[in-house]
Write a protein that binds this ligand. Structure first.
Ligand code: TRP
Length: 339
């Protein structure tokens, strides 16, 4: 079996994209295009595991596609599409549902979090969500999967499913995918926190819009949000240990570092001893400079949904050249087909 270095990753079409989405996943996807064959999927079929409105799902899918394209995903190099255009995912997921064990899925912490108190009212899809994720990955024989910390458990499950399928049928159909945690940007993984509370993740569901920088914010709005961001009165320290004790300061320095593609040490080297009166304007400058072009391109794409649709359709067609493992998996189940 020849194994190329192939990345598969999926992202939910959440809508209202913000700096946390951009620095946490999107930018890393862009970088990985240089080193891997990349397949990127907007996972709208994962999105329907939770209550949703069809029109919003479509709008959010377009917005996510626009954000990915605007950030530098190049549909000529990477394959970009939305999951619901490709039946293979659901088909293979069914087969893998019969490989995965109830006990394995019962241990998934994300289901517990997302279903909350109403386990009986959760969709069955939400319970088998990680199996669809395994089908996404295994269906393309992906070798590497960039994921956040919260998805490590799902990737382990994909490996367990691959192993059991291969063993049950005495084949080496599915390679075991490796997680790529944290990405490869110089500044490391950026966990972006709220601008109002350095201990809470930046989130689209925070009621205060001042807590986040949206990818659609214009320069003035970005500047205003950074100027009003919560801080303390101390000057910036000269080392990371002291910085860590101050969540808001740590967050702003982290955002600066990630946007400027520098390390936090390096940023402290420039600003230690200075207060936020000096630091914030510098941060505004970096943020506006790096985000404005993304926002502009994103808005351009969004004026032409047909163009986005056509890019996603092309991606969905192109990925056929990569794999169609449902047929092979089915052949194993029916005990037909050699090799
Ligand atoms: N569950 C992932 C998330 O919420 C999204 C996802 C779906 C994914 N399929 C995937 C990630 C395959 C990596 C590989 O972030």
């Amino acid at each position: 079996m020849t194994i190329t270095k192939r990345v598969f990753s999926g992202i939910q079409p959440t809508g209202n994209l913000h700096l946390g989405n951009y620095l946490g996943a999107i930018r890393n996807w862009v970088t990985m295009q240089d080193d891997y064959e990349c397949i990127y999927c907007i996972v709208d079929m994962h999105a329907i595991t939770m209550p949703h409105v069809a029109a919003e799902l479509r709008a959010n899918t377009l917005e996510m596609a626009a954000a990915l394209l605007a950030s530098g995903i190049d549909p000529k190099r990477a394959i970009l599409f939305n999951q619901s255009r490709v039946r293979m995912h659901a088909e293979l997921a069914w087969i893998l549902n019969c490989t995965a064990r109830m006990g394995w899925l019962n241990r998934m912490t994300q289901f517990k979090d997302k279903s909350g108190k109403d386990k009986e009212g959760a969709s069955v899809g939400l319970f088998v969500y990680p199996v669809l994720q395994a089908a996404d990955i295994l269906g393309y024989k992906a070798t590497h999967v960039p994921v956040g910390d919260d998805q490590k458990q799902h990737l382990e499950l994909a490996r367990d499913i691959a192993t059991k399928f291969n063993t049950d049928f005495g084949v080496e159909l599915f390679p075991l995918p490796e997680p790529v945690i944290g990405g490869q940007n110089a500044a490391g993984p950026a966990r972006v926190m709220s601008l109002r509370d350095g201990t809470a993740k930046m989130s689209k569901s925070d009621p205060s819009d001042m807590s986040r920088i949206n990818l659609t914010d214009d320069a003035d709005t970005i500047a205003q949000k950074i100027r009003k961001a919560r801080t303390d009165a101390e000057p910036l320290p000269d080392n990371l240990e002291d910085l860590k004790l101050r969540p808001e300061a740590d967050n702003l320095v982290g955002i600066f570092a990630a946007l400027a593609e520098r390390t936090k040490e390096d940023v402290l080297g420039e600003f230690s001893g200075k207060g936020f009166g000096a630091f914030k304007p510098a941060l505004v400058e970096v943020a506006v400079e790096s985000l404005s072009p993304v926002t502009r391109r994103m808005n351009d794409y969004l004026t032409d949904p047909h163009e986005i649709d056509s890019i996603l359709a092309t991606g969905a067609a192109r990925r056929r050249a990569v794999a169609e493992l449902t047929d092979e998996a089915l052949a194993r189940l029916r005990n037909i087909g050699g090799g």
